[in-house]
Design a protein around this ligand. Structure first.
Ligand SMILES: *[C@@H]1O[C@H](CO)[C@@H](O)[C@H](O)[C@H]1NC(C)=O
Ligand SMILES: *[C@@H]1O[C@H](CO)[C@@H](O)[C@H](O)[C@H]1NC(C)=O
Ligand SMILES: *[C@@H]1O[C@H](CO)[C@@H](O)[C@H](O)[C@H]1NC(C)=O
Length: 277
């Protein structure tokens, strides 16, 4: 109980003192923009029952659904952003934690053609005896699954499978919001890799976005998978912390994105101001 009150008050002060909205550069960071616009700077004590869809208590579990969808379906050409929370309902479930029932819409932010409804449940553990974070997608629009990017994925795969020069890129996007067109798919892939981390790190009191791919390095691979090491910077909006993670992933069109290793870094962010205006 004491811990709960403490966390809630940290969340409150984070919102009142910090700027809760990330405004990213329009050219390169449209995905961050999509993710951030829905957030309203109001915080409340954890409520039960029907929640205001625009407030943090409803936005946070909805963000978890976004990350979960990316871990299931994300690729260099397919990335989901939270578009709008339509309805949110919270209740305590003895033995499980706190359950949020959500009606939301998600947008595919790379092709930008599809916005679809999704209904989901998120259960955050509240005690050590509770099972870990659970996300259940109850339904989502067929349109999301119909997005077919196999041609683009195959072309990218073939290009980088010929490993005579392995990819290396930094600061996607840079402090002016810019990145080279050939790096854009690897920024999206970094966002998918980040979703794995953010899904694992999310609690009832957090709201994560990827801020930047600091480094991406392609590693030699002996099998059919492409292998990448990412240094990503994540922005936790409630505390306003920027957190660095190293994530090792593989990707191929048939296998999708798999995480081999994730590691939180002890890293002080000095140059990100311009990206997170
Ligand atoms: C996606 O498009 C490709 C090429 O147009 C086609 O071969 C493939 O069957 C499609 N996949 C799905 C799941 O519709
Ligand atoms: C390229 O890939 C092959 C296997 O696909 C591997 O044996 C070789 O070491 C790689 N070369 C470089 C430079 O990464
Ligand atoms: C990115 O790589 C450089 C080395 O090229 C390193 O100094 C820096 O710490 C890395 N950034 C992060 C966030 O890990």
């Amino acid at each position: 109980m004491i811990l709960w009150v403490l966390l809630a008050s940290v969340a409150l002060s984070g919102v009142t003192t910090g700027s809760p909205t990330v405004t990213a550069h329009p050219d390169a960071a449209s995905e961050n923009r999509v993710q951030a616009t829905a957030v309203v700077a109001v915080e409340e004590v954890m409520e039960t029952g029907e929640l205001n869809p625009n407030h943090y208590p409803a936005q946070r579990p909805a963000k978890v659904v976004q990350h979960y969808l990316n871990t299931l379906h994300g690729s260099p050409y397919k990335l989901f952003g939270l578009h709008k929370v339509k309805r949110a309902y919270a209740e305590d479930v003895p033995g499980s934690g706190r359950k949020y029932q959500l009606e939301l819409s998600v947008q595919e932010v790379v092709q930008k053609q599809t916005t679809a409804s999704c209904s989901a449940e998120v259960i955050f553990p509240r005690e050590a005896t509770h099972p870990p974070l659970q996300v259940n997608i109850l339904s989502y629009g067929d349109d999301l699954l119909k997005i077919n990017v196999s041609v683009q994925e195959e072309a990218l795969y073939q290009q980088y499978k010929k490993n005579h020069s392995l990819l290396f890129a930094q600061n996607l996007p840079d402090s002016y919001g810019h990145m080279e067109p050939e790096h854009v798919p690897f920024w999206h892939l970094g966002a998918v890799a980040s979703s794995f981390v953010m899904l694992g790190e999310s609690t009832e009191y957090t709201l994560y976005n990827m801020a930047q791919v600091a480094n991406v390095t392609q590693l030699p691979s002996d099998d059919d998978l492409l292998k990448f090491e990412y240094d990503v910077l994540l922005h936790e909006m409630v505390s306003q912390d920027i957190i660095a993670w190293k994530v090792l992933i593989t990707w191929s069109p048939p296998e999708g994105v798999k995480v081999l290793k994730m590691e939180k870094r002890d890293y002080t962010v000095t140059n990100l101001k311009t990206t997170l205006l």
